[in-house]
Design a protein around this ligand. Sequence first.
Ligand code: ATP
Ligand code: MG
Length: 577
Amino acid sequence: MSLTGLGTMKDERPELDAAGEGAGRDFIRDIVQADLKSGRVKSVVTRFPPEPNGYLHIGHAKSICLNFGLAQEFGGRCHLRFDDTNPAKEEQEYIDAIERDVRWLGFDWGKSLHHASDYFKQLYEWAEDLIRAGKAYVDDQTQDEMRARRGTLTEAGQDSPFRNRSVDENLDLFRRMRAGEFPNGARVLRAKIDMASGNINLRDPVLYRILNAPHPRTGTTWHIYPSYDFAHGQSDAIEGITHSICTLEFEDHRPLYDWFLENLKVPSRPRQYEFARLNLTYTVLSKRVLTELVRGGHVTGWDDPRMPTLAGLRRRGVPAEAIRDFIKRIGVAKANSLVDVGMFEFSVREALNKTALRRMAVLKPLKVVIENYPDGKSEELEAINHPDNPEAGTRKIRFGRELYIEQDDFMENPPKKFFRLSPGNEVRLRYAYFIKCHAVVKNANGDIIELRCTYDPATKGGNAPDGRKVKATMHWLSAADSLRAEMRLYNPLFTKPEPAGGENFTADLNPNSLEVLPDARIEPTLLDAKVEVPVQFERQGYFCRDRDSTSERPVFIRTIGLRDTFAKDVAKDRPKS
Ligand code: ATP
Ligand code: MG
């Protein structure tokens, strides 16, 4: 996921949706409100229906926030329902991860945890009802034969040669499919609707497939499993879902959704509504591609901090609040669109700026020796933890004769507008003193390995009694008291705003999505930093400790960079660079 400033959002606030405050008036909320007002429904019941064949991503967050949000706002309830109809692809690991991630995002299904597999028996009985009513049949065609007869958008399909089997033969075959008498794929049960329908979904859709595989919840009870279309609406009806909200690609399935509800004795009458899925620049939100990224070793796992999964974003240090805020800002619409990842970054920065404590870290250290600072001496200086929140308090940082500054903050032969450290130029070390550089030490290759500087003892705390100004304030750490740490900087996983998906997804993979800085320095206070809770490294960005840390080697990962090269809360007299 791109969290590195690729987006175009700058300081301005993103457009809020038409409703104003971003609080979310949208067409779905209008429908729900109208249905409550007219009495069509007594209270709103929604569901979030993930298939447990992968981890949740930020696109799912849109659906979660919408479904759970509606229930919260209108005093109804939202079910978490696992759409576990395909045991070939589904795993317990995914079920656990989905529950964890929905909770982390801030939602609670209470007692309303459901599984499509809870309804296998009822669904089966309904399938037999359709057979008895002459509205379903067992088809022995191969997949290819079925495909060849399906027709196209402009051409009607052709009836299957098995379409007119008798009810008895259909019942007998279907029961034997259920009993496990046939190999995988040998037959299917299809609805008998209309092979000439303009809507391909109505051309005798598949209701059941043979799959001789155990199911995590139903074990070896079943040798046939219902299709998504046959399971979904009926599950909604069983649970009393009032508004079944899904993404636009299901719009063409709605007539089928309704056909089942009309042709079966269901206990309630849900309605399906479609909204636009979330698409983000520099990001792929296809579960299939995300699975390939994990399986192919392109990332370290589903919770790799580069992944757009909720688990990856959490590990990266993105607060759940930022995701909810982002989803609120983008709103819910009926037309698909591509959202600039910069908009997401805006929400992440805004959330972190409020909460993240300030610390100092030097990512690429350059040694500085303060020649007029007494050897063996050191002193404690006071640093503030949050510029806008005095209650966050202060901490002590130690100053000494040997320090580290950022390599990028020094230039031996600076261009005109470079105001940071260079020979003869005075700068402020944040919370400490003014220093000046007067000599550069190089190794045999000519690389700068050390700076010889002097400090002005009268500038303690960072201000000169004579009122003289400096144009740069830099972060630093004491060589003796800071600790070594590894920094992991993540760049976008994809190099294009609209990466190739599908088979071709590796084409746009960024070969430099991870940059490791093994010799960074951190304040000792950071040893206690909590994983997943970012701090702001002054002038560098938001970072959090990673669970890969060991006692010898703390690891920090960059959640997101700062908007500017310089944090605003550092010296105001410093020009931008
Ligand atoms: P699959 O391709 O496997 O169906 P999926 O992403 O649709 O993948 P589901 O587990 O079926 O996975 O998704 C659960 C719910 O999340 C569905 O209601 C789906 O419409 C919604 N959803 C999935 N992706 C997005 C997205 N990018 N934006 C908004 N909602 C999404
Ligand atoms: Mg789906």
